[in-house]
Design a protein around this ligand. Structure first.
Ligand SMILES: Nc1ncnc2c1ncn2[C@@H]1O[C@H](COP(=O)(O)OP(=O)(O)OP(=O)(O)O)[C@@H](O)[C@H]1O
Ligand SMILES: [Mg+2]
Length: 439
């Protein structure tokens, strides 16, 4: 009891040791005292009763990345000698409380089973937690009365855990913002750094020290408000030429997506999983025969090259065009590659009165991509891998939409000629049917 009393929790953090809540969510800027208070509160509770406590973060390559060190320091500071600080865990020898440390990236429900008996999980640096990690973690913390503690310095408007938990808290969620000026222990040196920063750049100050997300638009390619607007129904139909974008899954967990667009109206997406090249080519063939698109742009960067070859071999060369996201842009002066160029076309298209199918997944994909400029001042998009890490999946639907902007498609009516100019498109489709017996 003596020892617990020695530990002093700063006022804004008292709810950590107060009434039980499913979620206790603290966010704010640098120096708010989050890490110290969480560590102290956990030690305090772990002295009182036997608890299994998991300290998790998105990436933990070694125990050094974790709060293990901070907990050890606080144990040393308070002289809590019942705690045995081991290399990868911390144990209370007297009552059996145990701290374990885990990275969430690349975990699946199976690997994370060891967390099922956890009483309190502390998600540190929660702004980096991907949606996927959260979806695996949250159902695993299932013990009655278990709590999820979150400490976050907000990064962006749509940090997944912010959107999921912080932005609209329910009655089981406690949310509190804490900044350095709320932290009674904040060293003067940190306060000085904060004020210096405020003098130099107010936007940096707000982000770093006041915990504001990076301002919208500063880094995002596409304004999320415009995407929301586009998802409101407004266009009945369009007579513009039909363009189909086909993004072929690159990896097992990606989706193959067809996007159908006529001018300002994006009609629909068709999403498939686990299809091989021949199956995708058959789907594409069916669509060409059924809808007679003016163009179908196929991503040939990865395995899509195989699909393109099959379609070409089947005689669809007039309709189907291969596009490589990584290749040189048409406007090489302004864009670092085709991908940036096509995505920027989406952004420009959204300036117009346009319509997209209402789909939250598509919304996230379009609104999440960061832009920058290369050393030649050309637009370049954030790496696909980086986006995948944040979003928990690839931007397959948005890529299919981007493909519909690969080249301008003009309305020339039905394509009249094919190949050597002697075969009409009807004949072409007919002959394809005979040749392959239909599909
Ligand atoms: N209970 C405490 N006792 C002594 N010093 C404290 C305590 N809590 C916080 N501090 C001081 O305040 C500083 C900032 O606290 P902390 O690192 O916990 O903030 P944070 O909100 O996690 O911010 P950051 O974004 O920098 O991680 C610490 O470096 C420490 O000097
Ligand atoms: Mg911290």
């Amino acid at each position: 009891m003596q020892k617990e009393l020695k530990i002093k929790i700063a006022r804004p953090f008292l709810p950590l040791i107060g009434e039980k809540k499913r979620i206790k969510f603290f966010y704010g800027g640098r120096g708010g005292g989050k890490s110290y208070a969480f560590a102290d509160a956990l030690l305090m509770l772990g002295l009182k009763q036997k608890l299994l406590i998991a300290c998790v973060r998105e990436i933990q390559e070694s125990i050094k990345d974790s709060v293990h060190r901070l907990l050890a320091d606080r144990i040393g500071f308070y002289g809590l000698d019942e705690f045995d600080v081991k290399e990868s865990e911390i144990l209370n020898r007297v009552n059996g409380t145990r701290f374990i440390f885990k990275g969430l990236r690349n975990q699946d429900a199976q690997k994370i089973k060891s967390l099922e008996g956890v009483d309190i999980v502390w998600i540190e640096e929660a702004q980096t937690i991907s949606k996927k990690s959260w979806e695996i973690l949250s159902p695993t913390i299932r013990k009655d009365g278990s709590e999820i503690w979150i400490s976050m310095n907000r990064e962006e408007e749509n940090d997944p855990l912010w959107v999921e938990l912080g932005a609209n808290p329910d009655e089981r969620t406690f949310v509190q913002k804490v900044n350095f000026y709320d932290n009674p222990f904040c060293p003067n040196e940190l306060k000085k750094q904060a004020l210096d920063c405020k003098q130099k750049s107010i936007s940096d100050y707000l982000h770093i020290w006041e915990g504001e997300p990076l301002s919208q638009g500063a880094h995002k390619l596409i304004d999320s408000q415009k995407v929301r607007l586009a998802m409101k129904p407004k266009i009945k139909e369009s007579t513009s030429p039909l363009v189909i974008g086909l993004d072929v899954a690159r990896f097992g967990d990606d989706s193959t997506v067809f996007c159908f667009r006529r001018g300002r109206l994006c009609l629909k997406f068709e999403v498939y999983r686990g299809k091989d090249n021949v199956e995708v080519a058959n789907l594409a063939t069916n669509m060409i025969e059924k809808y007679h698109p003016s163009k179908m742009f196929v991503d040939i960067g990865g395995v899509g090259g195989g699909v393109y070859d099959i379609l070409k071999d089947r005689g669809f060369i007039e309709v189907v065009r291969g596009v490589n996201f990584g290749s040189k842009a048409i406007n090489d002066e302004r864009y670092a590659n085709r991908r940036a160029e096509m995505w920027d076309k989406i952004s420009q298209w959204l300036d117009d009165e346009v319509e997209l199918p209402k789909d939250e997944g598509l919304f996230d994909e379009l609104a999440c991509v960061n832009k920058r400029y290369d050393f030649r001042g050309r637009l370049i998009l954030e790496e696909k891998e980086e986006i995948k890490r944040r979003l928990g999946r690839s931007t397959d639907m948005a890529d299919a939409l981007a493909l519909t902007f690969a080249e301008p498609v003009y309305d020339r009516g039905m394509i009249k000629l094919y190949g050597n100019g002697k075969v009409s498109i009807e004949e072409m489709f007919e002959s394809a049917k005979h040749k392959y017996g239909g599909w």
